[in-house]
Ligand binder design. Structure first.
Ligand SMILES: NC(=O)C1=CN([C@@H]2O[C@H](COP(=O)(O)OP(=O)(O)OC[C@H]3O[C@@H](n4cnc5c(N)ncnc54)[C@H](OP(=O)(O)O)[C@@H]3O)[C@@H](O)[C@H]2O)[C@@H](O)CC1
Ligand SMILES: [K+]
Length: 487
């Protein structure tokens, strides 16, 4: 599924009009579908609708009319100065005898639901003055909020924090970059000519990001035939760990090994300094320094807990000439460029801080624009980039994919090591790096979701590895939960 930008959405709107499709019909459907979501979530609770003067406000005025017709008590506060379709929506509402009061006089009553129809895709900069005050008041007041198309103010601050958001025609990247502000997500089809969105998406020079959906990912799962044996389904080498200068990183490679096995690896070779013999299922290659012993593997994960050895591990692993996941201490520009030079498929898995170091910017800049940062790093290195965060972004060249799974409980030591091992297992099973990264990230996030729901905060990384088979089975069985509902 493609995620639209505001510009792409405007282009879709314009293309519909060029084809002779009346835009008022789109607005009518949008308001009607939003009213349907309102009734589903809030029944007959009274509504207070806040409408801007643009088309987002127009959608809100249509919703007000539909709620009214269904017997819901509605109060409306609207900005002045509607034109075009929004003006027609206002006239239709006034014809029902509804009083429309100024936005400045907006007030809120106990038991009401706020409908946020102030701004959608047409917002051009941060809110200020009366709009900023209103949005802050809505957030403070604690009533449930249904946002139309986008929570008003996004991507800037302040913005509405909604209970639920109904996206019209397509999801926008903002919905998945700001999940917390959107609440529950609904996608409303609003009657655009059938092939139009796909046509607009295909014409854009800079491709639209993908959303990683169960539908797209399930077919990538490596098959497990009856004849499978441990040498036929992917063998993984893990190179990591560090011992010296009063420091010892022993756990990270073990967690990566668990991630690989739980993602279905047939055999894991663990190359690490002398340490605990875990997991029992691995083949151990204790080494006194970062070197590459002869290994029969189809893919490698390198760098977890490597500390000052990280770069040496990564450069040594070049000799294996296998697809590789480069994580943590192996993340250096020089290393990435060496893999590119060697023509070896590699997946880099930085968090915001590591990505900032590789790009020569600050973590704040990366967090502000994760799509741009992931794309820039993928272009600079020529490799696949998994920029970990909420959401995690996977990039390869100009291709971008946002991941909708993942739980705040995953923010704990070692979960990144599990992810590296899991992606390496998928590489070893033969998936191309972009696909291995998308699938690994999705299942790792889903494992976190399952555990987060059951146990809440306080997970151990090894538990995330243990939950990977359950996540995989849900995806295989077509039961991986959708991150949204359609109306
Ligand atoms: N695409 C589709 O297929 C369909 C789209 N639909 C709907 O249309 C929505 C987009 O509508 P839109 O383009 O009219 O923009 P919208 O979000 O209402 O805001 C524009 C207004 O905001 C103002 N304004 C801007 N920045 C500001 C600021 N910082 N601070 C203060 N004011 C600011 C700006 O003022 P101006 O700059 O023009 O003076 C203008 O008045 C979309 O989200 C969806 O809900 C549906 O109806 C069905 C089909
Ligand atoms: K809105």
């Amino acid at each position: 599924m493609r995620l639209f930008t505001s510009e792409a959405m405007r282009e879709a709107d314009a293309e519909a009009v060029r084809r002779g499709y009346p835009s008022l019909l789109l607005m009518e459907w949008a308001g009607m579908k939003a009213a349907r979501v309102y009734r589903e979530l809030f029944g007959k609770r009274p509504a207070v609708v806040l409408a801007g003067k643009g088309n987002n406000g127009g959608d809100g005025l249509v919703l007000a009319r539909h709620l009214l017709l269904e017997g819901v008590e509605v109060r409306v506060h609207a900005a002045e100065g509607q034109t075009g379709d929004a003006l027609l929506a206002l006239q239709a509402l006034l014809a029902h005898g509804v009083e429309v009061r100024p936005l400045e006089e907006a007030s809120f009553r106990k038991g009401e639901v706020v409908v946020d129809a102030l701004f959608g895709t047409g917002l051009k900069g941060p809110l200020s003055g009366v709009y900023a005050d209103l949005v802050e008041q809505v957030n403070r007041i604690g009533l449930p909020v249904l946002a139309l198309d986008l929570p008003s103010g996004l991507p800037y601050a302040p913005h509405v924090r909604a209970t639920a958001t109904v996206a019209f025609a397509a999801f926008k990247t903002l919905h998945f970059l700001h999940r917390e502000a959107c609440g529950r997500l609904f996608l409303a089809e609003i009657g655009l000519p059938k092939d139009l969105l796909a046509q607009v998406a295909s014409q854009l020079e800079e491709g639209l990001p993908l959303l990683a959906t169960p539908e797209a990912l399930a077919p990538l799962l490596p098959p497990r035939p009856l004849t499978a044996h441990k040498g036929s389904v992917g063998r993984v080498g893990i190179l990591g760990g560090y011992r010296g200068e009063g420091l010892r990183y022993a756990g990270a490679p073990v967690l990566a090994a668990l991630g690989a096995y739980r993602m279905g690896a047939g055999l894991v070779h663990l190359v690490a300094p002398e340490g605990p013999l875990e997991p029992l299922e691995a083949v151990f290659h204790p080494v006194p320094s970062p070197t590459l012993p002869p290994l029969k593997v189809e893919a490698l994960a390198v760098g977890m807990g490597g500390g000052p050895w990280g770069k040496a591990w990564a450069l040594a692993a070049l000799e294996a000439r296998r697809p590789v996941v480069l994580d943590a201490d192996a993340l250096h520009l020089e290393v990435a460029l060496a893999y590119r030079e060697a023509g070896l498929p590699a997946v880099l898995t930085p968090h915001a801080g590591e990505a900032a170091r590789l790009l020569g910017t600050g973590p704040e800049e990366v967090a502000q624009d994760p799509l741009g940062a992931a794309r820039a790093l993928a272009e600079r290195t020529g490799l696949v980039v998994v920029l970990k965060g909420n959401p995690t972004v996977v990039a390869e060249g100009g291709r971008l994919s946002l991941n909708p799974t993942g739980h705040p409980a995953l923010a704990t030591g070692g979960t990144g090591d599990v992810l590296s091992g899991a992606i390496a297992a998928l590489l070893a099973a033969g998936l191309p790096p972009f696909e291995a990264a998308r699938l690994g990230v999705f299942l790792h996030g889903l494992a976190g979701d399952l555990l987060g729901e059951e146990k809440g905060v306080g997970l151990l990384a090894r538990e995330v590895a243990e939950a990977l088979p359950r996540a995989r089975r849900l995806l295989e069985g077509g039961q991986a939960p959708w991150p949204f509902s359609r109306v």
